[in-house]
Design a protein around this ligand. Structure first.
Ligand code: DOR
Ligand code: ZN
Length: 344
């Protein structure tokens, strides 16, 4: 049995860091493990310009604890109004790596998102020219579509037609949650990749709804079936370079989750690599963790692989029940439970 695991230092290809005091409360957790992270732009107001992304990056660097060389990789929030010129500025900038598509109304702070993908045709064509990845929150927002079907419907209604219309566009299907999404990604090698979260590898919708409602397991896209979870595990542990680590760690204060209308988002940055190790260990695939966590992401983003390493040891430890969060509490994924791997 392996008891020590040394990996090239991983990156998080999908992270919510928030802003202000909340940013300061969480950024150290990510910086402890990851060299870089793709930072989501769904602030209020959203980060829609290169200038705003550069200012946000400065605030992230200022919030880092101590001597840390964590690298925030910035993204722009696409809107109906994003111009081809803004895409040119992004491609020319040193710090913007991608644009994020939130269908309007799909999730937290997506009200300013895209109402009809055809309104982004100019921006998307320009992204394709620059080789800049489009990061997709893949859910339709149609009220009459069942919440468990929203990802599969998005493939048919939006993503497949988009990939056909703009064949040169490189796309990351973010936080895939279904077997259908895995199959779609695999059908377009080279131009399509996907991130997978720890919660979607470890949990199913039973962990949200069976035996009591667990609001800290509520995220979007919502947890799915055993069959879907198993398809994600198979993809993540397959060694395919199309699948890589993206936590979607999304902090919300306890009272915003434990509420009549709780916010979507699961916080995993406190123990992200340990949670992934747990999932890969359960699948008997610890040897595939380094590719998923540290190699496939830089490959898709055409960035260098990190030069240093991290080490995990097999050692039981208990996840804290909560963390301080700007005068509130933040309840992390796995709160109060034991994990088998610990980063040293
Ligand atoms: O659960 C989620 N939380 N899904 C998202 O897409 C957004 C995120 C957030 O920002 O809280
Ligand atoms: Zn997200």
């Amino acid at each position: 049995m392996t008891d020590t695991l040394t990996l090239v230092r991983p990156d998080d290809w999908h992270l919510h860091l928030r802003d202000g005091e909340r940013l300061a409360a969480v950024v150290g957790h990510s910086a402890r493990q990851f060299a870089r992270a793709i930072v989501m732009p769904n602030l209020t107001p959203p980060v829609t310009t290169v200038a705003a992304a550069q200012r946000y990056r400065e605030r992230i660097l200022d919030a880092l604890p101590g001597d840390n060389d964590f690298g925030p990789l910035m993204t722009l929030y696409l809107t109906d109004e994003t111009s081809a010129q803004e895409i040119d500025r992004a491609a020319a900038s040193d710090h913007v790596y991608a644009c994020k598509l939130y269908p309007a109304g799909a999730t937290t702070n997506s009200d300013a998102g895209v109402t009809d993908i055809r309104r982004c045709d100019d921006a998307l064509a320009r992204m394709a020219e620059h080789g800049m990845p489009l990061l997709v929150h893949g859910e339709v927002t149609d009220d009459v579509v069942d919440i468990f079907e929203r990802e599969a419907q998005f493939i048919d209604r939006v993503l497949a037609p988009l990939c056909e219309r703009v064949p040169a566009l490189r796309v990351v299907f973010e936080h895939v949650t279904t077997k259908a999404a895995v199959q779609f990604v695999e059908s377009l090698p080279g131009r399509l990749a996907a991130t997978i979260t720890p919660q979607h590898l470890l949990l199913t919708r039973n962990d949200l709804l069976a035996g009591g409602l667990r609001p800290h397991h509520y995220c979007l896209p919502v947890l799915k079936t055993f069959e879907d979870r198993d398809a994600l595990i198979t993809a993540a542990t397959s060694g395919s370079a199309q699948f890589f680590l993206g936590t979607d760690s999304a902090p919300h204060a306890r009272h915003e989750k434990e509420s009549d209308c709780g916010c979507a988002g699961t916080y995993s940055a406190h123990a992200a690599i340990e949670l992934y190790a747990e999932a890969f260990d359960r699948a008997g695939a610890l040897d595939k963790l380094e590719g998923f966590a540290s190699l496939h992401g830089p490959g898709f983003y055409r960035l260098p692989v990190n030069r240093d390493t991290i080490t995990l040891t097999r050692q039981n430890w208990t996840v804290p029940a909560s963390f301080p969060f700007a005068g509130n509490e933040l309840v992390p994924l796995g709160a109060g439970t034991d994990l088998a791997w610990k980063m040293v």
